[in-house]
Design a binder for this molecule. Sequence first.
Ligand code: HEC
Length: 199
Amino acid sequence: MAKRIYFGLAPVLLILSACVSNGAASTDAPDASISQKSAALADRFQADLQGQLMAAMQQGGAAGAIAVCHEVAPAIAQSLSDESGAQIRRIALKQRNPSALAQGDMRQKLEELAASPLGPDGKPASVRWTSGAGKSARVHYLRAIPMKEQPCAACHGTNVAPDVQARIQELYPDDRATGFRSGELRGAIAISWPARGRP
Ligand code: HEC
């Protein structure tokens, strides 16, 4: 597997490179393990992002942390995608980053998750399906990201502070991702695999 190094993203990659070689993303795995591989990637995405978000909030408060989230979230998604051969991103019905807007069958599945963001075990629900056929077939995995009071409400809640709101508007003039209440679906991690391992 070609491991790429991006010098410009040193802070993100220093953290990521510590866990790059855990073998979570082997090729040609049996279909049943796609859910497991996806869940492991989703866990890492969230742990990495949450770690950086909390550190940034402690340093610069929520307003300062927005810029960090703006850069770090897409960088983590890209890095995990490069490593695994899957396409990894975050999607939403009401989006902040314009490219997160869920469309087509993604949107339909996300609406299902919005109806019940938690599974029977009390953990974020997930859904898996296959689209296309032959060479263009892909296996998709979505895992719900439920809204929480801490730390999410500062930037996605019903009562976002004016300085935070101003910063959001600067970076995301078409933001639709405030006004969420705890337990609602905020979005999902979407992971799409080529159906037969990596090309
Ligand atoms: C410091 C402010 C801040 C906090 C706190 C925060 N977010 Fe975000 N969130 C953002 C920003 C900024 C983006 C857009 C990032 C990007 O450009 O990819 C975002 C994007 C997202 C997205 C991707 C979909 C979209 O709308 O772009 C999800 C899902 C999400 N946040 C969930 C959460 C959850 C759940 C929490 C609490 C654990 C949380 N966020 C806490 C600022 C924040």
